[in-house]
Design a protein around this ligand. Structure first.
Ligand code: GUN
Ligand code: ZN
Length: 438
């Protein structure tokens, strides 16, 4: 049994229409988090936890903060090495940078090498769960799940499926997309902490036959995730219209094939019609808000207010490599800037919700991750806000959590992440630059 002493912040319950984020958040100054094996046992004031668990081994991080491990709800691991590529918007960016980079993942050795760097970036930034696109290659997906399994990390991932409008050597076909995805589901879904997401890249790179095959698979495996892209860029939307003339809109392309449902995570959703907003809400689906990517590719400004009005789940995401940072702190920082342009600033407490409990609730994983409730898995981070001279000046010793989190999101990054714990094991320690992975 281990007892961690620090300030604590998390959301024990889902946010509902009848409560505010400020009412929902639980903050304990000088708190104690008790874990045993892989699980969280209790949280409370440090003095009460010490009294109840006198034999627990003490980790003293007084003045730091313990937060739930952060959740990145949409990103691409093969694009780790093409992050920060200049000058294009979505479609030419895919053509010029993304597809050439993803071709290299035909090599399993290459995939293993990048999977390791990728997971280290997540750990270093305090991200303990990612919703990850691999490349089209089965071996690429296997490499990620294998590497995540080594540290018992809860990864949701899937093999990208695409059978047109991309280089021939990156194409599968309806039949192999369905069969290879089924093999990966059987091998990885709910194996350890891994979970599978059926992953058509986006409508333009899938034929109707491929979407039908993946819809069939989704119907067969009701609790798997679905992840794809939706209404990110205006040229993309016009292209979808010409490729699927019978569909009433972009979302309808996926809906026709039963891919709009709970645990379906759509990246971006920047340019949506009111019918599409309504349908996403009804379907209990999730939008991944990827502000650094949306700004970097010039895609547009996500409309969080309309998402809220339609009861659409929203989760923050980096979308690396169109996203420009692995840091979920910075991701909220850019979400805030986007919301300022919309004259509706996102409160830091809500920003924190969208990368912890809010994401977990959207994905129906809140009995395992996203909060620090007893009996959930011990995925948590130790954050040291006052890590240099500027932060010592800006963040006062007894600052409230919302101010600490906001300053970190605008000014901070991985420098604030002191330790990342997954399944009750320390997987990253900044001081020792130590990663648990081989
Ligand atoms: N749409 C289709 N593929 C991609 C991708 O890899 N990144 C982003 N941002 N959008 C996409
Ligand atoms: Zn993406």
């Amino acid at each position: 049994m281990q007892l961690f002493r620090a300030n604590i912040a998390h959301f024990p319950t889902p946010n509902t229409a009848s409560s505010t984020f400020a009412e929902d958040i639980a903050i304990i100054h000088d708190g104690g988090l008790v874990i045993e094996g892989k699980k969280i046992i209790a949280t409370g004031s440090f003095s009460s936890m010490r009294e109840q668990y006198p034999n627990a081994v003490l980790h003293d991080h007084k003045d730091s903060w313990i937060l739930p491990g952060l959740i990145d709800s949409h990103l691409h691991y093969p694009q780790t090495e093409s992050i920060a590529s200049f000058g294009e918007q979505l479609l030419s960016w895919l053509e010029n940078y993304t597809f050439p980079t993803e071709k290299q993942f035909a090599s399993v050795e290459h995939a293993q090498k990048i999977a390791k760097v990728f997971l280290q970036q997540l750990l270093k930034n305090g991200t303990t769960t990612g919703f990850v696109f691999s490349s089209v290659h089965q071996g690429c997906c296997n490499a990620l799940f294998s590497a995540a399994s080594e540290i018992d990390m809860a990864i949701v991932a899937g093999k990208v499926c695409m059978d047109r409008n991309c280089p021939a050597d990156l194409q599968d076909c309806p039949d192999t997309a369905q069969k290879d995805s089924a093999v990966l589901i059987e091998k990885w879904h709910n194996t350890g902490r891994n979970r599978y997401a059926i992953t058509p890249r986006f409508a333009p790179t899938s034929s109707e036959a491929q979407l039908a095959a993946l819809g069939e698979l989704a119907t067969q495996y009701k609790d798997v995730f679905v992840q794809t892209h939706l209404s990110e860029n205006v040229d993309e939307i016009a292209w979808v219209k010409s490729l699927f003339p019978k569909a009433s809109g972009y979302l309808d392309v996926y809906d026709k094939y039963n891919l709009v449902r709970p645990r379906a995570v759509f990246g971006h959703g920047i340019h949506l019609s009111s019918d599409e907003w309504q349908r996403l809400g009804e379907a209990d689906a999730t939008l991944a808000f990827c502000p650094t990517s949306n700004l970097f590719l010039g895609s547009g400004l996500f409309d969080l207010q309309t998402a809220r009005a339609n009861n659409v789940h929203v989760a923050l995401a980096t979308d690396v490599g169109a996203g420009t940072s692995f840091s979920m702190l910075k991701t909220y920082g850019d979400a805030y800037k986007v919301s300022q342009l919309r004259h509706a600033p996102i409160d830091p407490i809500e920003g924190f919700y969208l990368m912890t409990q809010g994401a977990a609730v959207a994905h129906k994983l809140d009995d395992e991750i996203g909060n620090l409730n007893p009996d959930t898995v011990a995925d948590f981070i130790i954050v040291t806000p006052r890590y240099d001279e500027l932060m010592e000046l800006r963040i006062k010793p007894n600052a409230e959590f919302d101010d600490v989190f906001f300053a970190l999101s605008i000014l901070g990054d991985d420098r604030a992440i002191a330790e990342t714990w997954i399944s009750g094991q320390c997987c990253y320690n900044k001081k020792e630059t130590h990663y648990a992975m081989a």
